[in-house]
Design a protein around this ligand. Structure first.
Ligand code: AMP
Ligand code: MN
Ligand code: MN
Ligand code: MN
Length: 276
């Protein structure tokens, strides 16, 4: 089983349409796939139809933006019913603040001497409901303010950097409850990306379990190989099931192509087994 359960399309901040990501997943040898756009389910039908036509199994997916202890955490929901009202309405509320935040980011970047960032970012946006920092990063690269997307985050857009505008996303309890209401399972995405202390991490994992969270991503394009081992150990310690996903956004940026990650450590229980 080559499972890739974390990918993005033009429905959020990826650069390929859902069907094109599906074809890339197929080419990468993926046999079980999920498209997990940020805070939006609009790509699910196209993703599923293309995946199934190509002979892959498909799980409906989403990646929900959450604020926990003043920082952003991403919660992936898999096997969710895209018609579930609690989920659909919760995601709509989560997306709500993005436009105003993006305008504020444009103003902040202008104060820093970078003009035209908001309209510049908008040119990369396919879904007007879903403008993200990634779109600003592409503008900053295009206008020579950063060498690549990663550099745009390191210099300008990353948490606490000069162009960063904080935002209040969904609550952890709400995100998990919407996913459960929609018949899915909640998974902490790329835990290695969060700048929490050990105590905060332990509290986050404990709270997540108390809310009914089952799994964490262990092997992800957003982890280094050292972090695969580190979060495999966390999964063992907390009894989490494990997930695997490239976090693919665009060909040619530094994201790994769908299906190309190493397998999960063999002693971990894959979160997807329950659905096979
Ligand atoms: P937003 O939801 O607008 O805050 O943007 C978050 C998105 O920015 C993530 O989903 C990633 O695609 C991207 N991102 C965040 N941090 C980084 C980083 N350090 N390097 C590259 N992309 C990042
Ligand atoms: Mn993204
Ligand atoms: Mn993420
Ligand atoms: Mn992602």
């Amino acid at each position: 089983m080559n499972a890739d359960l974390h990918c993005h399309s033009t429905v959020s901040d990826g650069q390929l349409a859902p069907a094109a990501v599906a074809r890339l997943a197929k080419a990468g040898g993926v046999t079980l796939w999920a498209l997990t756009d940020h805070d939006v389910l609009g790509g699910q039908r196209e993703a599923r139809e293309t995946a199934e036509a190509l002979g892959m199994r498909y799980l409906n997916g989403v990646e929900i933006s959450v604020t926990w202890a003043s920082r952003t955490v991403h919660i992936v929901g898999l096997h969710v019913d895209p018609e579930c009202t609690a989920l659909v309405e919760g995601l709509a509320r989560t997306r709500d603040g993005r436009a105003a935040r993006a305008e504020a980011m444009g103003e902040r970047l202008a104060e820093l001497g970078i003009q035209g960032a908001y309209p510049g970012a908008l040119r990369y946006v396919s879904n007007p409901d879903l403008i993200s920092r990634t779109h600003f990063a592409r503008f900053l690269v295009e206008s020579g303010r950063a060498q690549n997307t990663q550099d745009a985050f390191s210099r300008w857009l990353g948490d606490g950097k000069p162009g960063y505008i904080a935002h209040r996303w969904a609550k952890l309890a709400d995100a998990v409850s919407w996913i459960k209401a929609a018949g899915g399972e909640a998974i902490i995405a790329h835990p290695g990306r969060y700048a929490y202390t050990q105590l905060e991490f332990d509290t986050l994992f404990g709270e997540f379990i108390d809310l009914g969270g089952k799994a964490i991503e262990v092997v992800t394009g957003s982890h280094t190989p050292d972090q695969y081992a580190e979060y495999a150990a966390v999964a063992r310690r907390f009894g989490f099931e494990a997930s695997r996903g490239s976090d693919f956004h665009a060909p040619g940026d530094d994201s790994i192509a769908p299906g190309m990650l190493p397998p999960l450590p063999s002693d971990l229980k894959p979160v997807w087994e329950r659905w096979l």
